[in-house]
Design a protein around this ligand. Structure first.
Ligand SMILES: *Cc1c(COP(=O)(O)O)cnc(C)c1O
Length: 259
């Protein structure tokens, strides 16, 4: 099922006004937060419709021509949808875990991997980039909430991953990513986001080689983007608030239960 273009445009406008209100409430300049559309489980036609709606929405705001930013969790989906979106030239980021046997496929489509959480993965990505004579933007994913179900480096290991990324000249350390605590307790959510900001400030201000551009904070999702923007997010990753609830996978991949 494909969500209608009008509905997507309306939801995008609502999300953009939430971001704008949060920027304003935090005393941050308008446009300081980028919107990444988290497209997991959405089919290529729906993603395409959202990209077109976002481009059309941007065109109504003078001077804000922008490249649409999309994030995929699974390399399989990146590879499947990439060709259908290529003519729209979106910026594609990987925001989910990356297994070693999927690195080549991921790098065919992604210009940034936001989910680098180990020195081993950094080394593997750097080797692949050297083979391809290219560079790759990287965010280090940190599990600030410590919830065991979450991906990301443990906070005490994050600096090792930072050093591994910064030490490879093919990898450009652009900042940090986290998935916020899954709790209605806004103070706990904000504490996690503040911790990621502190880490970013420490690293980008360290003066160490390869860390000066580590400015991005990719944090905040549909339920908590306001908390993330208040704590300094530069990228919010939004799925449900734009695409609606995701279909539940009922055992068979790609199938959704009759709604
Ligand atoms: C799904 C997902 C999002 C978007 O979550 P919503 O709650 O649907 O907005 C953001 N980041 C990551 C890593 C995700 O997996």
């Amino acid at each position: 099922m494909t969500t209608g273009a009008t509905e997507l445009a309306e939801r995008l406008a609502r999300v953009r006004s939430r971001v704008a209100a949060a920027e304003s409430a935090a005393g941050r300049p308008a446009g300081s937060v980028r919107l990444l559309l988290a497209t997991k489980t959405q089919d290529a036609a729906t993603v395409r419709a959202a990209v077109l709606a976002d481009i059309a929405g941007a065109a109504t705001t003078a001077g804000t021509a922008r490249r649409v930013l999309l994030g995929e969790n699974r390399v399989q989906e990146l590879v499947a949808k990439g060709p259908d979106l290529a003519d729209l030239a979106p910026e594609l980021h990987l925001i989910g875990p990356l297994q070693s046997n999927k690195v080549n496929a991921a790098l065919r489509w992604a210009t940034c991997v936001q989910s680098v959480d180990s020195t081993a993965l950094a080394d593997r990505l750097a080797r692949r980039c050297a083979d391809d004579d290219r560079t790759l933007d990287v965010l280090v994913q940190v599990n600030v909430s410590g919830e065991p179900t979450k991906h990301g480096a443990a906070p005490q290991d994050a600096l090792d991953v930072v050093r591994a990324v910064a030490g490879h000249h093919r990898l450009q350390l652009r900042g940090f990513m986290t998935v916020g605590a899954n709790t209605p307790d806004e103070r706990a959510v904000r504490a996690g986001y503040a911790a990621l900001r502190d880490l970013r400030d420490k690293v980008s201000g360290s003066g160490e080689a390869g860390t000066g551009d580590a400015v991005e904070l990719s944090m905040g999702m549909s339920r908590d983007l306001e908390a993330a923007v208040a704590e300094g997010a530069t990228i919010v990753r939004i799925g449900t608030a734009v695409f609606g609830p995701r279909p539940v996978r009922a055992g068979v991949p790609g199938t959704a239960p009759a709604a």
